[in-house]
Structures are given as C-alpha cells and as structure tokens.
Design a protein. Structure first.
Length: 256
C-alpha cells in the first residue's frame, strides 16, 4: 500500500500563508500540513492559523526542538491556542543541545507529551539509537534527507521494533524549475551540518540525491511512497508568497 502524502512548509512562511494554503491542501486530499519550527517563528502558532480554516487535515510539527522547548510549555501552548489535539501530531527533536543525555531527554519528552495531550508524538531521528528509541517510545519517526532505498531500510528496521510505528519522511521537493536554485542551496546547507554530514557519509549518499526535482517528480514520489508510511513534501518554492505554495500544492496533487 502506498504511503499517504502530506505538504510541509517552514514556520517562517507565516500564519497568513498557512491560512491560505491549508484549505487547499485539505481539499486536494493530502493527509497533513507539516510546519517546521524555526528560530524566530513558531510552528504551533502557524498551525493554529491552519486549524481555524480546516476540518479534518492533520496538523503536524517537524520538529519542536527539546533544547529550546519543554513538554510542559508545549502542552500549555496547545491549550492556549485551542489546537485540536485529535488532529495534532507533535514531531520532536533533540535540537542542538549535544549528544550527551539526548536519548533520555527525548524518551522523557515523548512520555510527557503523550501523557499530557491527545496528540500523537513522533521523534525526529538520524542515527540508529534515536530511531530505535522513537519506534519504541513514541508513535513513530520523522526521517529526512534519505534516498528511497535508505528510507525503506530504516522503515523496515523501525517496524521490526514496533509494527505500529508510523514512519514519516520529509522530502525536500521543487515542482517549479525556478525553485531549483533554492533547492540546491538547501541541500548544500544541510550537507554542511556536522550531524547530517556524518549521516550522509554513514549511508554513502549525497544530500542532492535525496530531493525531488521537477523532472521526474511523479516517479520519484512513487518510489518514496513505496518506502514509508507517509511522505511529507517539504515545499521549496521560488518566492515567498502564498501563490507559490498554492502552485506547489497543485503540482504535487497532480503527481500523487
């Protein structure tokens, strides 16, 4: 069975963009709208704008860093914003707080969020220890920057730990040739981060091999859908207007 397909944006795109995009994402039949939490922009606030104009679309964060947030503050904010917990998926990550204690910190955070809200919790993970923890101690994993083969191998590994684990995969994607420069910059930026560089080296892949480009978009999406439970098309667009994101969603819907 092919994976469900979702759309992802950065919180920096803003609440206005999310409010215009979310109803179209829902109407097109996508599973969820994922919002990256970025410095200076709040994923939960952006999702609140999307929640107000949708009825059943899943609302997800990818990811809330546990070095900048606490489970208690997240639970409090969910309540203050009136987010629909039955539609909410909290992607969490260890952030840049260092490797020491990261596994315990993430295990504790997942447990606290699951106990304090009705939202599903998925763990953003690169290495095998964090992937195993996510499959065992949360509702699933959020993977990123993988080829279809690598994603399938990690998905099978996680399902061997927990058959019920939901495996989502962020795939940076450009549907418009005018967005290719931004896509390449994004790939090179992540290739320069030490943790991602180490992961690419460990897997023997390059960041540029893990993205979807306009040429071969549909075929590439099919390959990813065969590998995991959910493919999140992280929209890389030429401009920053809502129209750019709406055009991406329309092109992505045609490829599903």
């Amino acid at each position: 069975m092919s994976a469900v397909v979702s759309i992802g944006i950065a919180a920096a795109a803003g609440a206005d963009v999310a409010a215009r995009l979310a109803p179209e994402v829902e109407r097109a039949g996508f599973h969820a709208l994922w919002v990256n939490d970025t410095p200076g922009a709040d994923a939960l606030e952006v999702l609140a704008a999307a929640a107000a104009v949708t009825e059943h679309l899943v609302l997800a964060t990818g990811v809330l860093p546990m070095d900048r947030r606490t489970p208690a503050s997240i639970i409090e904010q969910i309540g203050a914003l009136g987010l629909p917990e039955e539609r909410l998926a909290l992607g969490i990550g260890s952030g840049s707080g260092g490797a020491v204690g990261a596994l315990d910190r993430m295990r504790d955070a997942a447990a606290a969020l699951r106990a304090g809200s009705e939202a599903r919790v998925v763990v953003g993970a690169l290495g095998p220890k964090m992937r195993r923890l996510g499959a065992d101690a949360s509702d699933g994993l959020l993977l990123s920057w993988l080829t279809p083969d690598a994603a399938q191998a990690q998905s099978r590994e996680a399902h061997s730990v927990s058959a019920a684990a939901h495996i989502a995969l962020y795939v940076r994607a450009a549907a418009d040739p005018a967005a290719l420069d931004r896509l390449d910059v994004e790939a090179e930026r992540y290739a320069g981060y030490p943790s991602y560089a180490a992961n690419f080296a460990r897997l023997g892949i390059r960041s540029r091999d893990t993205v979807l480009r306009p040429d071969g978009f549909a075929a590439g999406l099919d390959a990813y859908r065969a590998a995991v439970d959910e493919v999140v098309l992280r929209a890389i667009v030429a401009g920053d207007d809502a129209a750019d994101y709406l055009a991406f969603a329309e092109a992505a819907a045609a490829a599903v």
